[in-house]
Design a protein around this ligand. Structure first.
Ligand SMILES: C[S@@+](CC[C@H](N)C(=O)[O-])C[C@H]1O[C@@H](n2cnc3c(N)ncnc32)[C@H](O)[C@@H]1O
Ligand code: SF4
Length: 406
């Protein structure tokens, strides 16, 4: 085993940046269009043959933002995230108009984190300059693999060289960059993944999202998998790939701060931290989800998924919200634990108790003995080895959530 892959002594659970009292308020903007549908993806993304009426969609986003501001009242926005789909298909002027409307409706501080997701295939230097001029200050690039055969297998429209070119363009425009890779791909050996991840780390990213390939129901990959034509790693091999991931990223100064997310200290994605710390966020655009505290209630919102139907509904009603559900304390306890235990910093037990929650004493004792969780300074966190079996850990801590997925 190369020295860089030698297991390191278990790192004590710690809070690199103590969780702030206020988990922040974010705005998520979902752009639901892609140039092609990747066969593994079950996100709300659609391919359109005809040119899109971007002006019509821009009007709908602005109207829905106005509606969300009426719901939330005045608040400070800590982060905006343009996700997809492929938001790098948006015209920079659409992004600019959305950011202007957010600044007008709420207060958007100087320090707010504003991220856009980009696909290497939809990258042009001019567009990146336009996003930067619009106020975007962080870019997340969907590299997915640095191996052309694997990229083809994933149905991606770009080569590894194009992805690296896009990364270089991104670096010229943005101080904060992240990129995504998918591992535990069919037939991927530990050596191949270590080499690929090493190559990625050589580009000195300060943030990476490293996802194990998941077979999502209803996707072409799920059909191939069911037919025995696509094999994903068995759990032992997947666990070994996960260990390699932790060892290499730790050695590169990019430890996991969440199950699949790695960052240099201070470079964590603040927008996603707000989700995991169970803060509030408004979700606009087709199929966007939100969590809003309105008065004494916590509301879960979701908008219509079909893009054109959403735009038509917004034109008629001023918003495309399809469901707006008041969350009970039990709902909030479940979400709080499922989100917060993904984080290395874990959860604040006082907040869990305020929602009427208490970890099951028997389960907690057993998990501590097995060093799958740690409790300190009023916080409960899952250890590195515990995160490998997160669903089982949550089931022990909160048996009533056993049917939920982490
Ligand atoms: C919905 S995509 C949006 C980003 C952009 N459209 C792209 O594909 O690069 C967000 C990330 O989710 C990850 N992802 C999507 N489906 C996945 C799956 N089935 N298994 C693992 N990762 C997945 C990919 O790494 C992707 O970069
Ligand atoms: S480009 Fe991204 S969002 Fe679109 S289908 Fe592929 S993985 Fe999904």
């Amino acid at each position: 085993m190369p020295a860089s892959l030698q297991p390191k002594p278990a790192e004590p659970f710690h809070t690199r940046q103590p969780e702030p009292a206020d988990p922040g308020f974010g705005i998520y903007v979902h752009w639901p269009f892609c140039l092609a549908k990747c066969p593994y993806c079950d996100f709300n993304s659609h391919v359109r043959r005809e040119a899109l009426d971007q002006e019509r969609f821009a009007r709908a986003y602005l109207a829905e933002l106005d509606h969300m501001a009426e719901l939330t009242g005045a608040r400070k926005v800590d982060s905006v995230f343009f996700g997809g789909g492929t938001p790098s298909l948006m015209a920079p002027k659409t992004v600019a108009a959305i950011l202007e409307r957010i600044a007008r409706n709420w207060s958007l501080g100087e320090g707010a984190e504003i991220t856009i997701e980009a696909n290497p295939t939809s990258v042009e230097a001019a567009k990146f300059a336009g996003y930067r001029a619009a106020g975007v200050n962080r870019l997340s690039l969907g590299v997915q693999a640095l191996d052309d055969k694997a990229l083809k297998g994933l149905g991606r429209l770009h080569s590894a060289a194009e992805a690296l070119e896009a990364l270089a363009i991104a670096k010229a425009h943005f101080a904060r960059i992240s990129f995504d890779l998918i591992y535990a791909r069919p037939d991927q050996s530990g050596e191949a993944w270590a080499a690929e991840l090493g190559q990625a780390l050589a580009h000195e990213p300060t943030h990476m999202s490293l996802y194990q390939l998941t077979i999502e129901p209803g996707t072409p990959f799920a059909a191939l998998h069911a037919a025995g034509k696509l094999a994903v790693p068995e759990s032992d091999h997947a666990a070994a790939l996960y260990e390699i991931t932790q060892a290499l990223t730790d050695a590169a100064g990019l430890p996991a701060y969440e199950v699949s997310n790695h960052a240099a200290p201070g470079e964590e994605c603040r927008h996603n931290l707000t989700y995991w710390r169970y803060g509030d966020y408004a979700g606009v655009g087709p199929g966007a989800h939100g969590r809003l505290t309105i008065g004494a209630e916590r509301i879960a919102t979701s908008t219509m998924r079909a893009p054109e139907a959403w735009a038509a509904r917004v034109a008629d009603w001023g918003h495309g919200i399809e469901t707006s559900e008041r969350l009970s304390n039990a709902d909030q306890r479940a979400e709080f634990l499922l989100m917060g235990l993904r984080l290395r910093e874990g959860v604040d037990l006082a907040r869990f108790e305020a929602l009427g929650g208490r970890p099951a004493p028997g389960g907690l004792r057993m998990l501590k003995q097995q060093q799958l969780v740690e409790q300190r300074d009023g916080r409960l966190a899952v250890t590195d080895s515990g995160r490998l079996v997160l669903n089982a850990v949550i089931a022990e801590l909160a048996p009533e959530l056993a049917s939920c997925s982490a």
